[in-house]
Write a protein of this length. Sequence first.
Length: 341
Amino acid sequence: MPQTFNRRHFLRATGRLALSAVAAPLTAPYIAKASASRLTVVSNPGLENATLNILMEQQGFFRQFGANALIVEAAGTSGPFNAIATGAADICMVSGSNIVLPRIAEGAPVKIVGAGMRKCALTIFARPDDIRTLADLTGKSVAVGPAKGLLHMLVIQLLRESNIDASQVNFIDKGSNDECHEAVVKGEADACCSSISHLNDDDGLVTISGGNLWETLPRCVFQTAYAADSALRDQHANIVAVMAAYGALYDYLMSPAAHDAFFEARKHAQKKFDKASAQAVWNFNQVQRPYSRDLSLTHDDIDYLQDMEINFGSLKQKLPFHSIADMSPANDAAMLRVGTP
């Protein structure tokens, strides 16, 4: 993305998704300070993120915490990070991407500020005839999307921690995780790493033993939140308000009270509503409670992510926590939530 890519052009290109005005009365100090400027929150245009964006607006969490924020979309796995690194956006709250740490190490003026979905909402699907365990993937073709992409890295880590030689597996690029799933259905691959949204699909595929990434990679944070250094410096109060709103959204999303609103939001987000898929995501959210509540990450969380990137070859060396992460907004957001009715 060229450096001339600026905020005005970005907002024109992506369009406005959601804008919540600062709520009154402004009693908390963070809410009062947050009204000074608007924070641009960027996300991918995928179905899960679109559902969250709709729920955020419909339930009024930005207004509840006085966050002056605009949600916009940026296409592609690197779209949100590029928008923030070039100054076109300020913060991304839900990002399943493995470019964040390498790009920060290269000098991008960005820091990790917390977690969105902590548990990996992915599993290994295959036909039940000859693949039943991770060990059975040896010698087989596994659809994981682009080489060096997130799915590829996560499956490599999964095999590594299961003491299975990943060099004996034939990884193939079939696109997004939905397209990877479809490739197995069509017989173009033996197995795939794909979303839990396919768990209820009636397509003959099954999950394999050891293939649930939220169980086998419990230390792996699936989605990190990250923000521009300039926003952390100049809009701390607004970032705090936005993060408090997302913490409330995640709590709501993982509660039975969100059932009707979740299905309505997903119907609006999906052109052709897939009830089975929506139910699979709902069940996962209720049973696994995958989202972060206080949004913060520990040194151990960041160390694990760095080690995984180093083992994968996308990061050369481990960097000090303070140079790549800032948990002060997440900590302040947790305090704001405690003090907000």
